[in-house]
Ligand binder design. Structure first.
Ligand code: GLC
Length: 645
């Protein structure tokens, strides 16, 4: 191999042995040599002193070679295609959709039958929420996996998953599937073996004979679900031990200090890659490593685990991308995309939860100063990676607004967070939102928020009130949120039903085992009758569907929305109008987005200053005409202007 990638002498000696033992085609062996250091270095740092490590590394390498050898010819072509198109997840054409397979199509075969709908919308990426075999309900919406090697029987089989991936691929769409690495269900075979007395499997989990260590950890551990599942440890009578359970009591945290656990979960990743999954959503990754005296999130070892997994995938299945689910503050968030000397070595994508929360903050307050300030100070996206941008997801909205950011725009962080929780729970004078509080903090009165995009943006209230103006404003609010997410740069995701304005599921609490978790209110079943109305002019569904299609159209024609472009919020001089300028590959995009229900004005020079002209085309993604009055641009309520050139 070219000496630019020459290995350190001690690694070369080690590699020579590996190379002599492993068989594979030229492509695999070339990748193995290229990425071997990136695979072994983090693992040696994590486990080098552990006597169990050499055998686990050898087993992992064998599994990688076997998985590469068994790789379907179509997937090999994809490996090659993505090696020569490493920005495939960052490109302007990448637009995604997220749904629960059962709530969208009934089964995986049912999802396949609905692909025409997604093609019509224009998406190129489908994230299906957890679909591996989970414990029986309650199972946290499938995030309590009982078998990583099987699909949930009610949804279908592994063959159905392969078939779905194949069909998506045939239509140029990528499939994203969750892989839950932090915990398994108590019903998983590993946990069951531990319960039956197998010490090897007990060592897969973090368990404690008494409260000494749990108490010590809990002094600095935040509570993820203080209402539904308080604290982080669960007494297991069968073991007569405390089990670490960050989330629900039935979700047992894996112990990544055990190299066997790394090897076992790495094989789960290889299995999904082999089934044709394109992108793995790495659930709850910040929690993988625990350290006494910390919040047990974002520990350096988490990044070493991710780097090793990434190198493994690059060697065995390079077509596969990684998406980090890390709902953490900007400085930590960006590290999941690989920063500094880890550039390009971690995840391809990470959820921009900061943008999501800010969009809703701007919508409630009608003011964009906070969003402008925070986005302007957000760390830049490292080379080779990109954000996932989104308006809503299946989880709650956490109001992560820091005192420093709030103070910079003359706000009080606590009061603003409290305002947002109240506003979106429908408890603030004049609010248009119909959501609910999630996990209220009794001391501060602050809370996270549940609710569908449509209900939070005023559609539910407007339909109940029957006021055409309120209805129009609600539709416009939904579209302006998406417009900023689509323009921001990164892979935008549409959450199922938002394209039709699906409201909160009023019967969410009636389903067995859901009553305690109001996130189910914003996970409605797909309403296919509403979907039919997308082609009936004058309906809310048609207005949203057409509006989103216009946005998707604008986005895929605008190179400046490429995730690797440079983006800078633009202060428009009007606190109700958000401005954004992006550049990529010599192309520029200026977006003006009104977050106000009133007419707003901004200087016309804003466009000219960036070498762009506002034309009728700038108004096309919004659909309403461009209005210029003298030196000013006049924006209609929640109007979007999009000028690219
Ligand atoms: C992630 C999921 C969330 C789940 C948690 C535990 O944050 O998005 O829905 O409750 O992980 O698996």
């Amino acid at each position: 191999m070219q000496n630019v990638y020459a290995m350190r002498p001690e690694v070369r000696a080690e590699f020579a042995e590996v190379r002599a033992r492993l068989a594979g085609d030229t492509a695999f062996l070339t990748r193995l040599e290229r990425f071997y250091t990136e695979l072994r270095d983090p693992l040696v740092a994590l486990y080098g002193d552990d006597p169990r490590f050499p055998a686990q590394l050898a087993a992992l390498l064998d599994a990688m070679a076997a998985s590469a050898a068994a790789r379907d010819p179509e997937l090999r072509r994809l490996d090659h295609e993505r090696e020569i198109t490493p920005d495939w997840l960052q490109r302007e054409q990448a637009v995604g959709y997220v749904c629960y397979a059962d709530r969208f199509g009934g089964t995986l075969a049912g999802v396949r039958e609905r692909l025409a709908y997604l093609r019509e919308l224009g998406v190129t990426y489908l994230h299906l929420m957890p679909l591996l075999r989970a414990r029986p309900e309650p199972n946290d919406g499938g995030y309590a996996v009982a078998d990583y090697g099987a699909v949930e029987p009610a949804l279908g089989t592994m063959d159905d998953l392969r078939e779905l991936a194949r069909e998506l691929r045939a239509h140029g769409m990528a499939l994203c599937v969750d892989v839950v690495l932090n915990h398994t269900a108590r019903e998983h075979a590993w946990a069951q073996a531990a319960l039956a007395g197998d010490p090897g499997k007990l060592a897969y989990y973090r368990t404690f004979a008494d409260r000494t260590e749990p108490d010590a950890y809990e002094r600095t551990l935040p509570d993820v679900f203080p209402d539904i599942a308080p604290r982080s440890f669960t007494w297991e009578p069968q073991l007569e031990r405390w089990v670490w359970t960050t989330f629900n009591a039935y979700q047992w945290d894996l112990d990544y200090t055990n190299p066997e656990v790394f090897r076992a979960t790495a094989e789960v990743v290889l299995g999904l890659a082999g089934a044709g999954v394109d992108v793995l959503r790495l659930d709850a990754v910040p929690f993988l490593w625990k350290r006494l005296g910390t919040d047990c999130q974002n520990q350096p070892e988490v990044h070493q685990i991710l780097q090793a997994l990434r190198a493994m995938a690059r060697i065995a299945a390079p077509a596969v991308g990684f998406k980090a689910e890390a709902i953490v503050a900007p400085a930590q968030l960006v590290t999941y995309l690989g920063t500094g000397r880890h550039e390009g070595k971690e995840c391809d994508l990470a959820y921009n939860n900061v943008l999501m929360a800010l969009l809703w903050s701007a919508l409630a307050s009608g003011r964009v100063a906070l969003m402008t300030r925070v986005l302007a100070t957000m760390p830049a996206v490292p080379a080779g990676a990109g954000w996932v941008t989104y308006v809503r997801c299946h989880d709650d909205i956490g109001w992560t607004i820091t005192p420093e950011d709030a103070a910079a725009v003359g706000e009080d962080a606590h009061l603003h967070r409290r305002f947002l929780a109240d506003f979106y729970a429908g408890d603030f004078p004049g609010t248009f939102a119909r959501g609910a509080r999630f996990q209220v903090d009794a001391a501060s009165g602050e809370a996270r928020t549940s609710g569908t995009t449509a209900s939070l943006a005023g559609l539910e209230a407007a339909l109940a009130g029957g006021e055409p103006v309120a209805l129009e404003l609600a539709v416009r609010r939904i579209l302006i949120l998406h417009a900023v997410a689509f323009a921001h740069g990164g892979l935008p995701l549409i959450y199922m039903g938002d394209e039709l304005g699906l409201r909160n599921d009023l019967a969410w609490a009636e389903e067995p085992h859901h009553a305690a978790d109001n996130r189910w209110m914003h996970r409605p079943r797909m309403d296919w009758a509403a979907a039919e109305r997308r082609s009936v002019p004058g309906t809310v569904e048609a207005a949203l569907w057409d509006g989103l299609r216009r946005l998707i159209g604008a986005r895929i024609r605008t190179r400046a929305t490429h995730a690797q472009g440079a983006g800078e919020p633009l202060w428009t001089g009007n606190d109700h109008v958000y401005g954004l300028v992006r550049t990529f590959a010599g192309e520029r995009l200026l977006v003006l987005a009104s977050f106000s229900a009133e007419e707003q004005r901004v200087p016309r020079a804003l466009a000219g200053d960036h070498g762009l002209a506002l034309t009728d085309a700038s108004a096309a993604p919004d659909g309403r005409p461009l209005r210029i009055a003298g030196d000013e641009i006049v924006l209609a309520p929640y109007q979007l202007l999009w000028a690219a050139g």
